[in-house]
Design a protein around this ligand. Structure first.
Ligand code: ADP
Length: 543
């Protein structure tokens, strides 16, 4: 028997309409690429989304199912695209501006983007590959400055496109399972793969991340979205903020620590998101130039790579700002877990609490996770037994776009994350590595993530990335690359080994240490171990 409840499709249009009705005065503030500040309300946002949607239909002939690319920073126009495009049933395909030309060309041709909305500052990146783009009919230029010219053919300026359009619309009836957005993985382990989100998955993900056990957001908050809209949908924050009525602050290309701090101060931001390297940079800058007045920032949500206990501790001790770790993947929309303490943890020592907060956390309702060992058995939740993390849920991928490859899926319907982790008795998951980064030495697994966290807690180590290198006797041994905070104070190999021996068994401690000026990063700011391994193979990592 069916329940007798209305069939109310969970679409992004309902989010936009809700914000128009419940939070018309809340603000979307953008620090635009040219350095100017732009501010308008969610009421104005809704009207411009209608104008954009009308223009897409009337001027560009966009219809349901068309793929529309965006190649842009975080700002109000990009938020308009997040609603205007899926609102009429087309698909908002956010293209990562930091991929190689070859990957960008592949992605655009593979997804068959019909139109691309591109920031003027990013146009040169597309000009290079435009002759090879097979399906793009038009480029819409956002934030064009005076005297802007381009070799791209068929361009029109964003404001010109929407200015003469009606600011109301009758949104079409959509099915909540219709595709809404698309993002390709960052390709750290091969060519990027397309992940196609539905309206329903987007809505449920946004509803979940606002909840107290997750991000804990409300209409009291002013949130800085550092996570780019061009990758993993800015963690769904542009949808979540309209559901909660939180003010949204967008930094566009102003992502240097000094610029972030200036925006935090100016806009009285109290919450923010971002990858650990961003927060590490902000912390160091605050240490160098302590703010005159205490920042309004209370909490930053971190994911993408491991947030170390040392960063959490130092940020909190020195500036009273709390770091909360989340875990996710492009394939999981992206957020799947968060690590917050529970009531029963309140009486633990600070060290014990930090240990929990440095884990990747508990799954959100709507997500299930399990760890599967080498033997194919589900690992016990004992916080020790490692295996591959597998997930399923209401916003987890069931198939990649345009491919039948099922390597990442189990026969019983779980997604294989490629992360190696444990789950403890309280349900907290902890990532020890990615499958490809694990080090197997003399038959024993060594966690590169654990070594990196420990090394980065050293007062004179800013960054550390550990890779496996071939070894005649042990098959593999760990090699640690380190970046010093103060280059005038080198640390000897013996000192480092002694330092690590507090927490690690002898066989786990790296024999090789190489000081480098910076750890190579991927397009989304993670340690690029593929690149480090290449440097090693080319003999460029000398002790
Ligand atoms: P890609 O999969 O293309 O590298 P994603 O941005 O989707 O790009 O990265 C997902 C991966 O990032 C996860 O599988 C995991 O390895 C890593 N990751 C995400 N969040 C965390 C975290 N909090 N701690 C450690 N690793 C993380």
């Amino acid at each position: 028997m069916n329940g007798l409840i209305m069939d109310y499709p969970l679409t992004t249009n309902t989010i936009l309409n809700y914000a128009k009705s419940a939070f018309p005065d809340k603000k979307l503030i953008s620090h635009l690429p040219n350095g100017t500040r732009h501010e308008y309300t969610y009421g104005a946002l809704e009207r411009r989304c209608c104008q954009l949607a009308n223009a897409l239909k009337n001027k560009l002939g966009i219809t349901k199912g068309d793929m529309i690319g965006t190649f842009a920073w975080n700002h109000y126009q990009h938020v308009e695209l997040y609603y205007g495009i899926p609102g009429i049933g087309a698909i908002c395909h956010t293209i990562n501006i930091r991929l190689s030309s070859q990957q960008t060309e592949f992605i655009i041709n593979h997804s068959e983007d019909k139109v691309i909305f591109v920031d003027a500052t990013l146009v040169p990146l597309l000009e290079k590959i435009a002759p090879k783009l097979e399906t793009v009919e038009k480029y819409i230029i956002i934030n064009a400055h005076d005297g802007f010219t381009t070799s791209l053919l068929n361009t029109i300026h964003y404001e010109k496109l929407i200015e003469d359009q009606l600011d109301t619309i009758q949104w079409p009836k959509l099915n909540e399972n219709d595709a809404c957005g698309m993002c390709y993985t960052s390709g750290t382990t091969g060519m990027p793969k397309g992940v196609l989100y539905s309206h329903r998955s987007t809505y449920l993900h946004a509803m979940t991340i606002l909840s107290p056990n997750a991000g804990n957001y409300s209409n009291d908050d002013i949130i800085l979205l550092i996570v780019p809209q061009f990758h993993v949908m800015a963690w769904g924050f542009p949808y979540m903020c309209l559901l909660t009525g939180s003010d949204m602050v967008m930094p566009s290309l102003h992502l240097q620590p000094e610029a972030i701090i200036r925006i935090l101060e100016l806009e009285k931001v109290n919450k923010a998101n971002g990858v650990p390297s961003i927060w590490m940079g902000v912390y160091e800058e605050l240490k160098k130039n302590p703010p005159k007045k205490k920042l309004a920032l209370e909490e930053y949500l971190v994911g993408g790579s491991a947030l170390t206990a040392s960063l959490v501790e130092n940020f909190e001790k020195d500036f009273g700002i709390k770091g909360v770790q989340a875990w996710g993947m492009t394939e999981t929309s992206p957020l799947g877990t968060a690590s917050r303490l529970q009531k029963k943890h309140k009486d633990l020592t600070l060290k014990e609490q930090l240990k929990i907060r440095a884990k990747q956390g508990i799954e959100f309702p709507g997500i299930e996770m399990r760890v599967v060992g080498d033997n194919g058995q589900i690992a016990p939740r004992d916080g020790r037994t490692m295996g591959e993390l597998q997930v399923k849920g209401a916003w987890v991928i069931k198939s990649y776009f345009k491919t039948n490859n099922r390597d990442n899926f189990t026969d019983d319907g779980w997604f294989r994350t490629g992360d190696v982790s444990t789950i403890d008795a309280d349900g907290y998951m902890e990532i020890t590595d990615r499958t490809k980064d694990l080090i197997k030495s003399g038959g024993e697994w060594i966690s590169s993530v654990a070594l990196e966290s420990a090394l980065m807690a050293h007062p004179n180590i800013k960054e550390a990335a550990v890779i496996a290198v071939p070894d005649k006797k042990w098959a593999e041994r760990p090699l640690a690359t380190i970046v010093l905070t103060d280059i005038n104070k080198p640390i000897s190999k013996e000192e480092l080994k002694k330092y690590l021996s507090k927490d690690f068994a002898n066989y786990q401690i790296p024999d090789y240490y190489v000081t480098i000026s910076q750890v190579p990063k991927t397009s989304v700011g993670k340690f690029d171990k593929k690149e480090i391994r290449k440097l090693y193979a080319e003999g460029k990592l000398k002790q």
